[in-house]
Design a protein. Sequence first.
Length: 233
Amino acid sequence: MNSAPEIPEPPTRPISVAIVEDDDALRAIYVAWISAAEGFCLIGDHADGQTAFELLPQQRPDVVLIDINLPRLNGVECVRLLKPDMPSTQFVMITVYTDSDRIFDALAAGASGYLLKQTPREELLGALLEVWHGGSPMSSGIARKVVQCFQKPVATESKDELQDLSSRELEVLNLLSHGYLCKEIAKELLISSHTVDTYLRRIYEKLHVHSRSQAAALYTRASKRRLIDRPDL
């Protein structure tokens, strides 16, 4: 007999929350929801990524609800830059985007949750409580995509899926799997963004995949298999 899911205990102090959303009307709704909710404390709301990047380290919220498509500095880059200096802060993406590449980029950057903007009030507040307790809340459709990304078999997958990649292509793929954007890969490897795009096309063709998330998932699986098969590597 399956037991009922465990309900998180209410916090012993208010959970401090900051909001980063460029849509003024939507940001006002989130401000109202969180300000009126028992157990939460709103400590900041910001209309663009650059302002959030500058002020959030001073505010130190427990949870940040952040949009992806922000002016001045997008949400994914903002999270990637802030997370190393704010390891105890949990970032939850709130967005209209459901494509697997954006989901992967957000999670690889350090986000702990991914919600759609049509998420109802009670569900959103529950997600903030869940992430504060160490969970990774996701809208149901998003969670299914994440699972499918790692479960979907690649028809031409061989014993070593990476054997046909050059050393440079492996470097690009490794950075990709760690959430680097194309321009960041270019800067890291001292090559142009156009060259990175060329490498990515070759990688997709050799691995028989069609997206960043599929390539990164395959690379992660293959790398783990290499360590198991050849622990000396």
